[in-house]
Design a protein around this ligand. Structure first.
Ligand code: ITT
Length: 196
């Protein structure tokens, strides 16, 4: 298996992403890393800038993911500030902001950046759904207890990792990365032949 570092402080993200990339023949290696708060509202830009910084530490192919929960009735809040909002007001605080709100539509988005010279790429994934009336479930992390993906009645926190990966923004972004990595391998192969 080929190895790629995943620079993150979030073990749950690491576990979810590992299950996806192993299907493509890649092993993720955890690199404990605190993302710097960058002045951007673009998840892709935050992920890529952070991946470039992480690369200076690991000097090997590295992935960073930035994700967020966008709530329609709150004009997309907390979006790129999801990590900060989770740490400050948390799930209960978000539910409080949603009291009496009938349109509970929301989506998660993930941007996965890979730095693997000469390549720098960003892959995005999203999942639409709604905000539950109260927290349910003990699995997952972050806002999982209050997010119900489309065509489901259960929250992400009521699902196993495999079930969450069938829908999640992260799984969709990492699937795109896996497909791209395979396409790079295919491009590499004829060159190796020529060298032999
Ligand atoms: P990093 O070290 O990788 O940055 P993080 O947890 O700080 O880990 P982000 O900055 O990408 O991650 O912030 C994402 C926040 O959005 C995270 O703290 C959660 O509150 C929320 N979030 C993202 N993906 C989620 C998911 O799959 N389920 C629940 N909440 C999620």
């Amino acid at each position: 298996m080929r190895r790629i570092y995943f620079a993150t402080s979030n073990k749950n993200k690491f576990n979810e992403a590992s299950r996806i990339l192993e299907k493509y023949g890649y092993e993720l290696v955890l690199f404990s890393f605190e993302k710097r708060e960058l002045q951007s509202t673009d998840l892709g830009e935050i992920a890529l800038q952070s991946a470039l910084i992480a690369y200076t530490y690991v000097n090997a192919p590295v992935v960073v993911e930035d994700s967020g929960l966008f709530i329609k009735a709150l004009n997309g809040f907390p979006g790129p500030f999801s990590s900060y909002v989770y740490k400050t007001i948390g799930v209960r605080g978000v539910l409080k902001l949603m009291e009496g709100v009938t349109d509970r539509s929301a989506y998660f988005e993930a941007a996965v950046a890979i730095v693997m010279p000469p390549f720098e790429r960003v892959f995005k994934g999203s999942v639409y759904g709604r905000i539950a009336d109260s927290p349910r479930g003990t699995g997952g992390f972050g806002f999982d207890p209050i997010f119900i993906p489309e065509n489901e009645d259960r929250t992400f926190a009521e699902m196993s990792v495999e079930e969450k990966n069938r829908y999640s923004h992260r799984a969709r972004a990492f699937e795109k990365l896996g497909i791209w990595l395979k396409s790079i391998e295919l491009r590499e192969k004829p060159m190796q032949k020529e060298l032999i």
